[in-house]
Design a protein around this ligand. Structure first.
Ligand code: BDP
Length: 650
């Protein structure tokens, strides 16, 4: 399918995709092994935004056919990064339509000469719709900005005497009522107010629609007969850990599989053969959340070895997957990890920072994890879209529990509840589960945030999405996040855990901190009485400009944020003895939004600034989280041993 026929075009590009993506194959994270190599393509790419009126010039002139610089002026653009905040051009910051990225990659000779090598191009995230060419040949298309996709480019790179390949990626950030998240293009036709053809992108979610190549782009190899996917679920029988595995192979019908599980010292603790089976680990070390055990986040390594018969003779492929043995269960009033009550004391985050926007950055990631551990946070929600795979890997390694959310945010238009949207939502959940199913840190899926689910079709819509998610992964509970205002929420009956956001004394009764306790207690009792399911306070917070001080507290001051939190905490302390199983502050850090009169350079509800410096509320929350850890865990010594020099536990 060529780009011109790819989808239905409007002036802006493909606004109606309707191209159902059948999920094919696995999405194992590319890891090096004796049979696999990686080549990172991060760095500077050539870049050009298509500013033509219909944004179609790049396709009309086939910019993918020749080096991009031959099509006109190009910029140097860092990858990974959003393109919006890197330059000085205001038109690029708010650009809507197609942008073009291009980069030449030099290939090791054996990749292009060894026909038993499979060469794969993998794009961690391209927001929102991407079309990819290699040496001018169309190799992939993908809808959705927060999940990876790949193309097998072996035939292309092995078809001639090539030492390099030219990768061109066209990306369109246009959102429609059927994308996730949805959006609309508003054409302003009053020529007394707007120039001809003027339009803006309207969105109903509260973060900036950053776009570009947000996550690593890389090439990797496997043998032509290869381990395509691995699914692991775990359980416990007394103190024996159970690791159920399933391995999927491509490229050969005749093969053997050997699996072996090693502990952290490298000792083999269990072995098996065949495409599926159960490994038993006597006296297993469980994967425990941070602050819940003296050795949290214990990870075994599952080594999978494939030996396949191919036309060229026997070939081997090796892949090693980190495995945490743990169980998750939900009762009427508790969330259990390894059979023990777990209380989420954590945060909501965004992938967001100065200059790079949503671009992945190791330094930022480590800073955030150091702050999370300093804070005593044991969990976060990936509000409001899946985060980079590298983030999920760190959660596994540090024991940070994750509620893994899909980009179902801002679903408010009636047309966003129709079949086209529903179908796409199901596909996104499939892609998300396929990518994140093996992370022990992920304990629950969230299918949406605050959809307008009092609209009539919402009941069927969410019943279907939640049921589908449970079929994809019967091992984890499923939720979606509602708002305390949505009394008639038609989706909530289908969730396993009720996640509710509320902004008392912020969006209602502004300035009246004295009403919070009553309103919050009513909220909890109402939801629990209706459904008898555990409840998480999945968002609460107040806009706060760092450095603004007012006593008595006034809105936007650091004192107001602290007082509001304290009011919430006193109710949470009562209800967590009953059925409330968590509290997640909104938000970990300040983040960028669209420009509106209600936002001062973005949303300022962070307890850290966008530059990751603490506001007063961060210290309050830190004291609370460490105390919660100390009270609710088994031994004070566990908390003490992990307190990282925390003065709360000298
Ligand atoms: C909540 C939304 C979140 C917003 C927050 C706010 O879930 O995305 O950023 O409100 O207004 O309702 O700060």
């Amino acid at each position: 399918m060529g780009p011109g026929q790819a989808c239905t075009w409007t002036a802006l590009g493909p606004l109606l995709w309707g191209c159902a993506l059948a999920l094919q194959g696995g999405m194992l994270y590319p890891r090096e092994s004796p049979s696999r190599e990686r080549k990172e393509l991060d760095g500077l790419w050539s870049f050009r935004a298509d500013f033509s009126d219909n944004r179609r010039q790049g396709f009309e002139q086939q910019w993918y056919r020749r080096p991009l610089r031959e099509s006109g002026p190009t910029l140097d653009m860092p990858v990974p990064s959003s393109f919006n905040d890197v330059g000085q051009d205001a038109r690029l910051r708010s650009f809507v339509g197609w942008v073009w990225y291009e980069r030449e990659a030099a290939l090791p000779q054996r990749w292009s000469q060894d026909l038993d090598t499979r060469v794969v191009l993998r794009i961690g995230s391209a927001h929102y719709y991407a079309i990819v060419w290699v040496n001018g040949v169309h190799v992939a298309e993908h809808e959705g900005g927060h999940l990876p996709f790949e193309a097998d480019i072996s035939k292309l790179v092995q078809s001639g005497p090539l030492s390099s390949c030219r990768i061109t990626i066209a990306i369109n950030n246009t959102l429609t009522p059927h994308t996730l998240p949805p959006g609309t293009i508003q054409y302003k036709t009053d020529t007394s107010k707007y120039p001809k053809g003027y339009f803006v992108q309207d969105i109903k979610f509260d973060f900036f629609n950053y776009a570009g190549l947000h996550r690593p782009v890389l090439l990797y190899t496997t043998p032509t007969a290869y381990i395509d996917d691995i699914t692991v679920t775990t359980g416990m029988d007394q103190d024996t850990g159970l690791v159920n595995y399933q391995v999927f192979v491509q490229g050969s019908e005749h093969f053997q599989l050997e699996v072996c599980l090693r502990d952290e010292e490298g000792k083999v603790v269990a072995e098996g053969t065949g495409g599926r089976g159960q490994l038993q680990v006597p006296s297993a070390n469980l994967w425990w959340p941070y602050l819940m055990h003296e050795h949290p986040a214990y990870l075994y390594s599952l080594e999978v070895k494939l030996t396949a018969q191919t036309a060229a003779g026997p070939a081997s492929d090796f892949y090693t997957l980190p495995v945490g043995i743990r169980t998750v269960a939900v009762t009427e009033s508790q969330f259990l990890i390894n059979g023990k009550p777990f209380y989420f004391h954590g945060v909501n985050k965004h992938e967001d920072a100065d200059i790079r926007g949503k671009g992945f950055d190791w330094s930022l990631l480590m800073k955030d994890f150091n702050l999370l551990r300093w804070l005593g946070a044991n969990s976060f929600r990936t509000s409001h879209y899946p985060y980079a795979e590298e983030v999920m890997q760190l959660c596994d390694r540090y024991g940070i529990v994750v509620i893994d959310e899909c980009p179902g945010v801002g679903i408010v238009l009636p047309e966003s509840f129709g079949n086209v949207s529903l179908q796409h939502h199901l596909e996104v959940m499939e892609e998300l589960v396929r990518r994140d199913k093996n992370h022990p840190a992920v304990v629950m899926w969230s299918v949406a945030n605050e959809p307008a689910s009092s609209l009539k079709p919402a009941g069927y819509y969410f019943k279907t999405v939640i049921a589908h998610t449970k079929t994809l992964d019967p091992s984890r509970p499923v939720t979606f996040v509602t708002n305390s205002n949505y009394a008639a929420d038609l989706g909530v009956p289908y969730v396993d855990v009720i996640c509710v956001n509320s902004y008392y004394s912020w969006y209602h009764d502004y300035g009246h901190l004295e009403v919070i306790q009553l309103q919050l207690a009513t909220q909890f009792d109402t939801w629990y009485r209706a459904y008898q399911k555990p409840v998480i306070q999945s968002e609460y917070g107040a806009e706060t400009i760092a450095g603004f001080h007012q006593d008595p507290p006034l809105m936007f001051s650091e004192e107001y944020q602290k007082s509001l939190l304290e009011q919430y905490h006193s109710v949470l302390d009562q209800k967590r003895k009953e059925y409330v199983v968590g509290e997640l502050i909104w938000n970990f850090a300040d983040f960028m939004t669209n420009q509106t009169p209600a936002r001062v350079l973005g949303n300022k509800k962070g307890i850290f600034t966008r530059q990751r410096q603490p506001k007063s509320a961060a210290f309050l929350l830190r004291e609370r989280y460490w105390k919660l850890a100390n009270e609710t865990r088994y031994h004070r010594s566990v908390v003490k041993s992990q307190c990282l020099g925390n003065s709360l536990f000298p």
